[in-house]
Write a protein that binds this ligand. Structure first.
Ligand code: FES
Length: 512
């Protein structure tokens, strides 16, 4: 869906810079039933990297992707390759202890080196550059937590320091800086890695949506509309595990959306990648634009998916914030992304659940998917090979910390689910005649609740707004023109076609 600035009054082309500057792939769809050693569901950074590592280890790997490789969450990242995840290390030490905090730090540092060594080994032209990463205190109140983060990160062996010298123009009160981090063009990197997968009994199948996983006799069968893939092990690298019931992941994560603008400045962007420490995220990095110029990606303004607000306001706030820091010569791109945040902020990577040891998941990257996704690929590859991973413990999906934060999260989750399933948030409002071109809303249609969108030609698109996953009521996302589910983040286009799981089925149509 592309919109000019006039249609939404939003700036920039509605497209990810990464997707626009790489060719679309054309891998075949699943031709029927087949057998393989390992099935990888999902063709983003986790799935592609896992498949490459397993193939290198001698396995026949089959990747199935519902859409096109890297056009989902990975295609909408900011692609910072860093272990500095805003403020996390002081919290990790407090919650998990130094040993597990160190596992997290080491897994992410190793992921940077995995990406660097792939770029070097295959000579991948993906503008990989080493950069320092900064988390800056935007208010005086966050100066102490930032200084504490520098101490915590350094205590774990990371190359961290507190500095007053932050080259970004944003007002700040110092920052924690981590040296020798990196940035790159994620799709140029991953499409090259993907090209290594087909051959020697391995393959990628696109436009092949996984619908369910069946287990029995030491084998796992992934069923799709086009056939089945049977293997000894399955890796669910679908961002949110669509087969989630055994692990109750739907109650242990929340979906979150954030926004990005690709802008041009009149001055060179400073050397580094930057993010603020508190409040709505403000994140900055630069990227060679391919025309000799430089694109600056400013992102943030996260909120829970499906919140009943006008999501266009998040792009507008981001633009206002960017203009408060630098005069903008132009705004060339805008796009948004979705991620999941776990109860304790650490991803779930490992076996799905007790009794389901041949199904692996990797999810909940808290917006730090480049390194956590690469770390997940390494950890899961070790597990499939029957090797111990030095970082498995901190990421273990079955960890349980009876901390107050966990209890708060669960109470919040139950409360939110009740409201959303009952539709208390997305209340029907108005009549069909009130819906203007370009607008979507929930209303009553012939006595039944309906999600109605009127397109710019005046045609009405009406769906049953009951999410196909677990039955919450979806909400209209005005910036992306999608129906988004507030419970677990499923997303559908205006006609109800699923574009992001965990739902695997479309919304049903409503007459209108
Ligand atoms: Fe779970 Fe909608 S995504 S109910």
């Amino acid at each position: 869906m592309e919109h000019g600035p006039g249609e939404h009054n939003l700036p920039g082309r509605h497209e990810s810079f990464w997707i626009e500057t790489t060719p679309e792939t054309s891998y075949p769809s699943l031709p029927g039933n087949l057998e393989t050693d390992v099935t990888v569901v999902g063709g983003g950074i986790t799935g592609i990297t896992t498949a490459v590592l397993l193939k290198r280890a001698g396995y026949a790997v089959t990747v199935i992707e519902a859409g096109r490789v890297c056009h989902g969450v990975t295609g909408h990242t900011t692609a910072k390759v860093t272990s500095l995840h805003r403020l996390i290390y002081a919290e990790l030490i407090d919650r998990f202890g130094s040993r597990q905090a160190q596992q997290y730090a080491e897994a992410n540092q190793a992921a940077i080196e995995t990406i660097a060594s792939n770029v070097r080994e295959y000579d991948i032209p993906c503008s990989f550059e080493r950069k320092p990463a900064y988390t800056y205190a935007e208010t005086e109140g966050s100066r102490d937590p930032v200084a504490a983060e520098a101490d915590a990160a350094r205590s774990l062996g990371l190359p961290a320091a507190f500095t007053e010298d932050v080259p970004l123009s944003a007002r700040n009160y110092g920052a924690v800086v981590l040296e020798n981090q990196a940035q790159f063009h994620p799709l140029k990197y991953l499409l090259y890695l993907a090209s290594l997968i087909p051959g020697d009994a391995s393959q990628i199948y696109e436009k092949t949506r996984a619908l369910e996983v069946q287990e029995g006799g030491g084998r796992c069968t992934v069923r799709t509309a086009l056939g089945t893939v049977t293997s000894r092990a399955v890796v669910l690298a679908t961002h949110y595990p669509f087969y989630d019931s055994p692990g109750f992941y739907f109650a242990r994560m929340e979906p979150s959306r954030s926004y990005a603008l690709g802008v041009r400045l009149d001055e060179p962007f400073p050397n580094g990648m930057f993010i603020n420490a508190d409040g709505p995220a403000h994140s900055w990095r630069s990227q060679p634009a391919g025309d000799g110029g430089e694109l600056v990606i400013v992102s943030g303004m996260e909120h829970r998916t499906g919140e009943d607000v006008d999501t266009r306001e998040h792009y507008r706030s981001l633009e206002a914030y960017a203009r408060s820091v630098y005069p903008l010569r132009s705004i060339d791109y805008r796009w948004s992304a979705q991620d999941y945040i776990t109860i304790d902020g650490v991803p779930y990577i490992g076996p799905l659940a007790s009794g389901h040891e041949n199904i692996y998941i990797a999810t909940g990257f808290r917006k730090w998917g480049m390194t956590n996704g690469t770390a997940a690929a390494t950890i899961i590859t070790d597990m499939v090979r029957g090797r111990a991973s030095p970082w498995a413990e901190v990421y273990a999906p079955d960890r349980f910390k009876p901390a107050a934060a966990v209890r708060r999260f669960l109470v919040h989750n139950i409360d939110v689910a009740e409201k959303y399933i009952g539709g208390a948030i997305s209340r029907p409002a108005g009549d069909l005649a009130d819906v203007r071109p370009g607008e979507g809303r929930i209303l009553m249609l012939e006595g039944k609740k309906a999600g109605v969108f009127r397109d710019r030609e005046g045609r009405v698109h009406a769906v049953n707004p009951t999410c196909a996953h677990l039955g919450c009521v979806v909400a209209w996302n005005s910036a992306e023109e999608t129906w988004d589910c507030p419970c677990h983040g499923s997303r559908y286009d205006a006609d109800g076609k699923v574009i992001h799981g965990p739902a695997v089925k479309d919304l049903k149509p409503r007459g209108g």
